[in-house]
Design a protein around this ligand. Structure first.
Ligand code: NDP
Length: 286
């Protein structure tokens, strides 16, 4: 199976490289070969590839900056995946795409199911929603994997920020009224490769699926577990989001119901605490 991946440097893109079994021919293209600000060029890369499956692991992910760069973010997160999915669909190549809990408005306490009404609170969420819609509208075999709170040993993420701050300070204030499922990039990569293999074998169902680590926690509790596992003596005080203002609003309820992924592909929610242990080991923090 030959898998064409858009993205070389991101958390999930790197994890795909690490998790890829030797039996899979993984071809990764970065910004210099396929710039997502040029959707037609990205579609052309698919047209010229001999890919059996395409995975888009590239995206405009600067949530706060997107508030002032929505047009650019919309091209990268909306128009590019739509064009890529169309190019894949006409060649009957399954297309796998990653989306986010930020397509929801974060109301209530009920875990979001894939079919529930969306209502992004900010520009990033709006552009990611446009991408989902473009992928579905392309009409080919597809999986849109909505995930949340991605962490890995690579790149910038909450775990690495906490480790840095935890070495500098003995007390931190961390948001306590946003609840979600931290998800390791390695787990996402394994899941994508599993779906790719299923589609390649003519199995599986197209659709939007949810995939996040369990149990759901607040950012403050996520931070406490990071410090516990890394044996850093840091007191975490939970604060409301209103005391940590950011340009983009974040959903309070990011709990995601991942049942349909388990039903369609037999993939359960991963325990993020075990995945965190692996990431800390990679960073030599435990
Ligand atoms: P990263 O921010 O780690 O990486 C983003 C990747 O996209 C980089 O490889 C970057 O390349 C590439 N990229 C950005 N702009 C362009 C462009 N114009 N042309 C080509 N490549 C580009 O992302 P993650 O791995 O964390 O995220 C993977 C997916 O998961 C994304 O779809 C994201 O929306 C989604 N997601 C992420 C969450 C998170 O917490 N991080 C949460 C929920 C969903 P370069 O190095 O050249 O900039």
């Amino acid at each position: 199976m030959r898998v064409l991946v858009f993205g070389t440097t991101g958390q999930v893109a790197c994890a795909l490289q690490r998790q890829c079994p030797g039996t899979v021919d993984l071809v990764q293209v970065g910004r210099s070969e396929a710039d997502l600000t040029d959707p037609a060029a990205c579609a052309a890369v698919i047209a010229q590839s001999q890919a059996d499956v395409v995975i888009n692991a590239a995206a405009y992910t600067a949530v706060d900056r997107a508030e002032s760069e929505e047009a650019l973010a919309l091209t990268v997160n909306g128009a590019a995946p739509a064009a890529m999915a169309r190019a894949a669909a006409v060649r009957r190549i399954p297309f796998l795409h990653i989306s986010t809990d930020y397509v929801f408005d974060g109301g209530g306490r009920t875990p979001w199911q894939p079919h529930m009404p969306t209502g992004p609170l900010g520009a990033y969420g709006r552009t990611k929603l446009a991408g989902e819609q473009g992928v579905v509208a392309a009409g080919g075999t597809h999986a849109v994997l909505r995930t949340s709170w991605v962490f890995s040993a690579h790149g910038s993420n909450f775990v690495k920020t906490m480790l840095r701050l935890g070495r500098e300070r003995d007390a931190l204030r961390v948001v306590e009224d946003q609840i979600g499922g931290p998800t390791a990039a390695d787990d996402i990569a394994r899941t994508l490769l599993h779906i790719a293999a299923e589609f390649h074998a003519g199995r599986g169902t197209s659709g939007i699926f949810h995939y996040s680590g369990r149990p759901d926690v607040s950012w403050a509790d996520f931070a406490r577990e990071i410090f516990r596992q890394a044996a850093l003596d840091v007191t975490v005080t939970g604060i409301p989001s209103s005391e940590y203002p950011t340009p983009a609003m974040r959903p309070a309820n990011s709990r995601m119901d991942c049942t349909t992924l388990a039903e369609a592909f037999g993939i359960p929610r991963p325990d993020w605490r075990a995945s965190l242990t692996s990431v800390l080991a990679e960073l030599k923090e435990v």
